[in-house]
Design a protein around this ligand. Structure first.
Ligand SMILES: C[S@@+](CC[C@H](N)C(=O)[O-])C[C@H]1O[C@@H](n2cnc3c(N)ncnc32)[C@H](O)[C@@H]1O
Length: 324
């Protein structure tokens, strides 16, 4: 039986399986982090014959998927690109200058005095390593990991959780040492996401996962948000690269549905760790190549199992009208 991934325009639900959130490979806490999609991306890369290839995130943020794919041997090389100078400073210093980064890490404890000192550094220092470490420290000690979220527990530490609540030094050190040991497999870039996407979409044995700032909530969560024109330009770039291997996720808005009408994809529920277990519906869009690979996986599963549902669960969704 032939299975077809629905068109974005039909707003059907695609039943994307989410991986456990407990196995986070990234040292950063990230609002809107997509680690839970790592098992699904692994399936897509394997089905596309890209196992052992390069995995690229043009809007990387916490890069949780990238690090899991590298750790699990699905990707042999990962590209972490982010335009935010502090996000970049973190990745660049932790990956490319690990001795200096780990020295700073080992020397500080998560206290209120240290939080004040790191906040001063991020406001005043020009030193990239100091800024990279300060971004990391504040990401681990601020509410929800947000730059202007304020310290966990408040300055007087009267809250239920304290400044150290998300700062398990031994676990964080392991994650930082992983970066240090894999520096030769990780490229860290500070380009515009669309340029990074264009650059890698044409490369062989490469999978690109695009997770741009949201159309609706972009500016409140991140330092950067895209203009409507930038969202439109990105869609144009992806349209020109329908034959490449990529997946895109977005917030479900009128604009995103309009831009990706005619592409394979649909809606799926995603639970955010940043905003108090809020669940939102996101839009997943696939390139033609990725969607064909996905269809083959689903067809094989159906033949093997003789059932309607497989681990991807999209079989049901793909064949059922389920308007949002
Ligand atoms: C939705 S987040 C990505 C979250 C990431 N997928 C994760 O799992 O952690 C979007 C990221 O894009 C970055 N960003 C914003 N505008 C950008 C641009 N024009 N080019 C590249 N990165 C950009 C932000 O700094 C933010 O880290």
């Amino acid at each position: 039986m032939s299975i077809r991934i629905p068109d974005v325009a039909s707003a059907q639900h695609v039943d994307i399986p989410l991986s456990s959130n407990h196995d986070v490979a990234s040292p950063l806490r990230y609002p809107g982090g997509k680690s839970v999609l790592s098992g699904f991306v692994q399936t897509l890369m394997s089905a596309s014959g890209l196992k052992g290839g390069t995995y690229v995130e043009p809007y990387a943020g916490g890069a949780g998927i990238a690090l899991r794919l590298l750790r699990d041997g699905i990707a042999s090389r990962i590209v972490i690109n982010d335009l935010d100078p502090d996000v970049y400073a973190f990745w660049d210093s932790a990956v490319n200058h690990p001795d200096g980064f780990l020295r700073r890490f080992d020397a500080v404890e998560p206290t209120i005095d240290e939080w004040k000192r790191q906040r001063r550094i991020i406001r005043e220092s020009d030193d990239p390593l100091d800024r990279g470490f300060a971004f990391f420290f504040l990401n681990r000690t601020n509410r929800s990991g947000v730059a202007d979220g304020g310290v966990i527990g408040g300055l007087r530490q009267e809250g239920r959780y304290k400044v150290w609540a998300r700062y398990n030094k031994s676990k964080l050190r392991d994650k930082l040492v992983f970066l240090a040991n894999h520096g030769q497999d990780i490229d860290v870039l500070n380009m515009d996401g669309m340029e990074a996407a264009s650059e890698y979409l044409s490369r062989k044995k490469t999978f690109v996962y695009i997770d741009p700032p949201y159309v609706d909530k972009g500016s409140s969560l991140y330092l950067n948000a895209l203009t409507e024109q930038q969202h439109r330009d990105l869609a144009g770039t992806l349209e020109r690269n329908r034959a490449a291997a990529w997946m895109l996720t977005y917030d479900d808005t009128r604009l995103t549905r309009e831009l990706y009408t005619g592409f394979p994809g649909g809606l799926f529920p995603l639970r955010y760790s940043a905003a108090s277990h809020r669940q939102a519906t996101e839009l997943a869009v696939f390139s033609d190549t990725t969607s064909q690979a996905l269809q083959k996986v689903m067809e094989r599963r159906e033949t093997d199992n003789g059932t309607e549902t497989g681990p991807l669960g999209m079989e049901r969704a793909a064949n059922r009208a389920n308007p949002a």
